[in-house]
Design a protein around this ligand. Structure first.
Ligand SMILES: [Zn+2]
Ligand SMILES: [Zn+2]
Length: 123
């Protein structure tokens, strides 16, 4: 395997194994287990390429830097830990948003973020 392929594979694996949105810095830390000499610039370059290829999607949380998660997952939401700044996946959606809109308004989309303390931070 060439160096570039090895790096790309380690980066993809980091996202797959994490199963949650990662910042490039978090991806770097995970992928370094496999490719110790990996650098942040390489992570950024590969993440951008993987977004272009439709393999990753951008996760935007208000007031925080972009994170990325593997594309093509089922509808889900996110939990943002205030202590470690980690973002985790929330699989359920309460739904029923159409009923919350004022009369005559049509809901087309919704966004839902839970804030709190993650399992490892609760201790
Ligand atoms: Zn936490
Ligand atoms: Zn939802």
């Amino acid at each position: 395997m060439g160096r570039n392929t090895r790096q790309r594979t380690a980066i993809r694996r980091a996202f797959e194994h994490a199963g949650r949105p990662l910042r490039p810095r978090e991806c770097l830390e995970l992928a370094r287990g496999e490719v110790p000499d990996l650098g942040i610039a390489t992570v950024y370059r590969n993440v951008n390429a993987l977004v272009d290829a439709g393999w990753l999607r951008v996760v935007e949380l208000p007031g925080t830097p972009d994170r990325y998660e593997t594309a093509g997952r089922n509808h889900h939401h996110h939990f943002h830990c205030r202590r470690c700044d980690g973002v985790y996946e929330v699989e359920t959606c309460p739904g029923g948003f159409a009923a919350m809109a004022p009369t005559g308004y049509r809901v087309e989309d919704h966004d839902l973020i839970l804030y709190g303390v993650c399992r490892s931070c609760v201790g």
